[in-house]
Ligand binder design. Sequence first.
Ligand SMILES: [Zn+2]
Length: 159
Amino acid sequence: MQFLICERTDGIGCDYTIGCGMTFYFMDADSIEDAQEKVIWPDGHDEYYTLDGESARDSILIIPAEHVFTVDIIKLKLEFKKHKESLEQNKIESIERAELKRLQDKYESDDLGYTNKCKYCEREYSRSATIRIFGDFWWTSIYCSEQCFTKANDLKNFI
Ligand SMILES: [Zn+2]
């Protein structure tokens, strides 16, 4: 029979490595009792270092290894990598789509819901079209163009 042996030595071990002082290995033995005998007295009953001294064991587990399942970690890592890449791709795509929408709203949409009547020439005009042509000025909601804005102001100054 095969057994999985997990041994932990007394004390904390060094501060650096996780699992320091811990050992895991497989062992062939006839029974649990046989496995215990081999674990406690690997070098005969005259050697008792597993029970006393610096490397005395703090804890020992003997686990019958009847049903060992090997995790296909390489396959899982590959699948996870693909998953991660597709998440990254979705993230990039949503950022790009948001930017596209922002630019379309800024440059392509002719109607943001504003149809105004120019206070100078009294023509109906689209505010967003005016913004697109002349820039986002405060007067775009009052005048259809820079010319009308300028003329209206000249007239005001004249009067
Ligand atoms: Zn006008």
